[in-house]
Structures are given as C-alpha cells and as structure tokens.
Design a protein around this ligand. Structure first.
Ligand code: ADP
Length: 500
C-alpha cells in the first residue's frame, strides 16, 4: 500500500520545528498503521516536552514577523497553500485512506473540504474590520482595532492576533480538522503548533510540507506528535501559547479547558455530539432515507455530527425502517481503496468494541430493542464492522445517551412534535441535529426549538467553510468556519484618543 505513495514527496515521518524536519530528540518512533490491513505505513517521530518547547519557541519567533505582514501578504501565502493542497488532492486523499481508512472518494472529498478553509481564510484575512464607536465624550474618539499593527515599536505595539496557538486534532478528519484551525489562525497573524492524532499524523505532515512550499515562513506552522498528554501539558503550561484549539472527545476537552486556566488561555473546543435525526410523518420518504443515511454512515459513523439517534414518527416508522434497512444493506463494506467501497474499516479495535457494545443488549440495556441488520464484526475481519440498524430503541437506553461513533443506527419511535423535541434535547450534547418534514411551519418551529449549534432541515450533510460550525452545552465552545471562526483568533482592542 505504501507504494501507492511512491514519488509523491509528501510522505514525511519527522516532526516540523522551525521549518526543519526533525527526529524525536531521543530517536523514538511510533508506528502508523493502515486500519484496513494492519500493515505498518511509517514509523514517525515520537515527541514530547522538549520538542514541544522548541516548537513553541519557533512559533514565537515566527510570530514577530508573520503578525506584522499585511493581510494581503498573508492572504497570498494561504492562497498558494490552498492551490498546492488542491493540486495534490489525489496524493493527500490516498494518505487519508491509508492511515484513516475512509473510502478514497470520501478522502478526496475531505481534501476539497479541508482545503476550502484555507481558501476561505485567505480571503477573510483581508476582511478583519474594526469599529468606530460614537464617543460618550465630545473631545474623545473611540475605536475598536482588530488588525495587527505594522509598527514594531514598544510604544505602539498592538498584539491583536491572539498569539501562539496550540492546535490538537483527532483522527477522523486528518486534514480538515487541522485546516479549520490553522486557516483562520494564520490569516489573523497567529502562528501554530499542531499536534495531530498519533493515529493519523501523515496527512498533517504532508499538509505542513505543502505549507512550506507555499512560502509560509518557517516556524509559522510546526507539527509535533507522540506523547499526547506530555505535548498537551507543555502547550498548556507555556505562557507564550495564548490559545488552545481542540477537536476530540469531551473528556480530553474538559481536561484541556481546566489546564488552560493556569495561564488564562483562550480555548475553542469541538467535542462530542449526540445528534438527533427526526423524521416526521409528513417527510418525503426518499429524502429522509437518503439524508439519514448520509448523516449516520458518513465516515462509517465516525464523525461528531453523525446522527446518533434516528427518531421517527409512528405513522411513517414501519415504512421508514424498511426503506432505511434496504439502503443500509446496499452500503458496500471494504478497503477504502476499492472503488465500490462505501464503508471502510473503523479506526481501531476500541472503536469496534464500542460499536459491538452499542449492538449488544446487556451493556446498553437494550431491553426490548431489536437488531434489524448487522450487529457484529464484518467477515472481512480487522476492524471492519457490519452496518447496523436497531429498532424499538428508547431514549433511556445507553445507546441513545452515548455517542456511538460507529456504524450503528438506533431507531426510536415518537408520537407528537413536542415529544420529538423533548427527546432530541434530552442530552448534554448539542452539536448537530437533523429533521425531515415537508411542512414549512414545522421546519421553522422545530429547527428553532432544537438546542443545537447546527441544524439540517431535509439535509444530511451540513458542513461548509462559509457557515459557523460548533456546539452548545457540552459539545463545545467557539465556532469554526465563516467570519465567526476568525474572531476566535483575534483580540479586540478598544483605543481612546483624546482629540484635545
Ligand atoms: P478520539 O476519541 O477522537 O481519539 P481524543 O480526545 O482521545 O479523541 O483525541 C483527540 C486528540 O487529543 C488526539 O490528538 C489525541 O492525541 C489528543 N489527546 C488525547 N489525550 C490528550 C491529553 N491528555 N492532552 C492533550 N491531548 C490529548
């Protein structure tokens, strides 16, 4: 499989510190494996405190110059990076499939999606507007400034980009979870230390290599990986790191938020979801089945916006369940490099265990629930799991209360709109929600009643670089994408000027 990447020049195994490809200081490495075959793809540097400390220093040095460039200069670098990501979309897609497992078509889709954040923020870099506020005193003028100063004197030094950013990212979108953070960070003048997931560092390293080729200065983008908690603790302890941006589990997010308190860092968190997908009697059956299928089985169910509970009204329940099972049966499971594969392997054994538990009655107290389809490991072995549909699930069962993060779709039945909203909101999570109805009034009413950061109406794929993405309640803090995503990396400074 590694031969698929021959000649690409993008397969890197060292970390990137101050623009230099660097081994772990003690020479340690960790294996990166293909989840579809178990084959070792690469041995990458296993870094910790010392490398992270140097990466922070490099980012700090680089910040001095990068933050002083004009927005237009930063924009040009980012645009070039975008062009290079797109020019290498096949190779990057192959890397994603190789280390993460998703079907190649989906992986190339991720490259397009991931790169779109770099393009968007290349444009947005030039649109950081301040404000002029009518003064409360006749002889004063009041401004809100957000742009970096081009001066470098201590008497007029506006540190408006928030500063050095630590970006900690998961394995489910090895490229896009990085670009959503690094795009706005670089656009606003920040520099970054990225810690990708140890399961999928190769895509991150390839993207970083392309950032160098794009002319983004050495030290503006650093990548360290290895000992996650040691790297995380080093980023948290540093007073030079002014922001932590994280996508991953709620448990780790809470740890990072607590750890950021010591130096009062800003935090952005994209954490777990428990997405409801509500299908009303008056929905178009085809649209509802296609939408729910996409919302549930994208990336084999391994996304934080994946439908976790499919809540179906009693009048359409039977018809929906039958059509949904047929659609799920048609999802071909296989190695992501196989043209027809729609479902790749799960990321690791722990993910398979989670999916198995979700399908098992004793652990999830699925009393009275039925398995309509799947419910066990796939005959392909490794970490392949059968796409699974459960019916007669209720909202007290653990499978409804926990994020499954795998290809298991529980169907719940409801009677009234009020009941659907109550079930949907009965969770600490609040990231994505979906609803299917052909009643216009109902779509507005229900969309507004859902306590979620993103709502899809008759739509199963709802993420784009131009709209803010983020959760309410324990699904996180802050927004990624859109003009709102830029503010996460900027400090607003109120400036009084006495006219005299
Ligand atoms: P997932 O279930 O998606 O693997 P995690 O929250 O475990 O979610 O992982 C997301 C990212 O957080 C990964 O890059 C992982 O290495 C990192 N991580 C895990 N534990 C810690 C920690 N204690 N400090 C900092 N980062 C961590």
């Amino acid at each position: 499989a590694v031969s698929r990447l021959n000649g690409s020049g993008l397969l890197r195994s060292q970390g990137l510190i101050g623009g230099k490809w660097t081994e772990a200081y003690d020479g340690k490495t960790i294996e990166v494996c293909n989840p579809a075959t178990g084959e070792v793809i690469a041995n990458v540097a296993c870094m910790g405190k010392r490398e992270t400390t140097d990466a922070i220093s490099s980012a700090y040095e680089s910040f001095k110059a990068w933050s002083k460039l004009t927005a237009s200069e930063r924009s040009k670098c980012l645009r070039k990076w975008y062009d290079l990501l797109i020019a290498h979309k096949e190779e990057l897609g192959k890397l994603i499939t190789l280390e993460q497992g998703k079907p190649l078509k989906e992986a190339i889709g991720e490259v397009n999606y991931g790169a779109s954040f770099i393009e968007f923020y290349a444009e947005e870099a030039k649109r950081v507007y301040g404000d002029i506020i009518p003064s409360t005193l006749a002889d004063r003028r009041l401004f809100v400034l957000k742009q970096a100063s081009t001066q470098d004197t201590t008497s007029y030094f506006h540190f408006f980009p928030i500063g050095i950013v630590g970006a900690i990212t998961p394995w489910n979108f090895p490229l896009a979870m990085i670009t959503r953070k690094v795009g706005p960070a670089l656009a606003s003048g920040c520099t970054v230390v990225i810690k990708p997931s140890e399961l999928t560092p190769l895509t991150a390293l390839a993207a970083a290599e392309l950032s160098l080729q794009a002319g983004i200065p050495p030290g503006a983008v650093n990548v360290v990986m290895g000992n996650a908690s040691e790297i995380g603790d080093t980023l948290l302890a540093s007073s030079q790191v002014r922001k932590i941006t994280f996508t991953g589990s709620t448990a780790v997010g809470k740890k990072l938020m607590a750890g950021a308190a010591g130096t009062v860092k800003k935090v952005s968190l994209e954490l777990g979801g428990n997405a409801p997908c509500i299908v009303f009697d008056d929905a178009d059956l085809d649209v509802a089945v296609k939408g729910s299928l996409a919302a549930k089985f994208r990336n084999s169910g391994q996304t934080c916006v994946c439908a976790n509970r499919i809540i179906v009204q009693e009048g359409i329940y039977e018809k929906f369940a039958n059509a949904f099972v047929t659609a799920v049966q048609n999802l071909e499971v296989g190695n992501g490099f196989m043209e027809t594969a729609a479902q790749g392997p799960l990321i690791n054994e722990a993910a398979v265990q989670k999916a198995s538990c979700a399908s098992k009655s004793q652990l999830y107290s699925l009393k009275g629930a039925k398995i309509l389809l799947g419910g066990k490991r796939h005959s392909l072995g490794m970490t392949f799991y059968e796409p699974t549909v459960l019916s007669d699930v209720n909202s007290d069962m653990l499978v409804s209360r926990e994020e499954v993060f795998g290809p298991v779709a529980p169907l719940l039945c409801f009677k009234t709109e009020e009941e659907a909203i109550r079930i949907a909101n009965d969770t600490n999570a609040g990231l994505a929600a979906y609803l299917f109805t052909n009643n216009v009034q109902r779509s507005w009413r229900v969309a507004e009643a859902l306590e979620y950061g993103l709502v899809g109406v008759n739509e199963g794929i709802i993420s784009t670089e131009v709209a803010p993405f983020g959760g309410v309640k324990q699904s996180g803090l802050g927004r990624e994408g859109s003009k709102y995503g830029m503010d996460e990396y900027l400090e607003a400074s109120s400036t009084w000027i006495k006219r005299g």
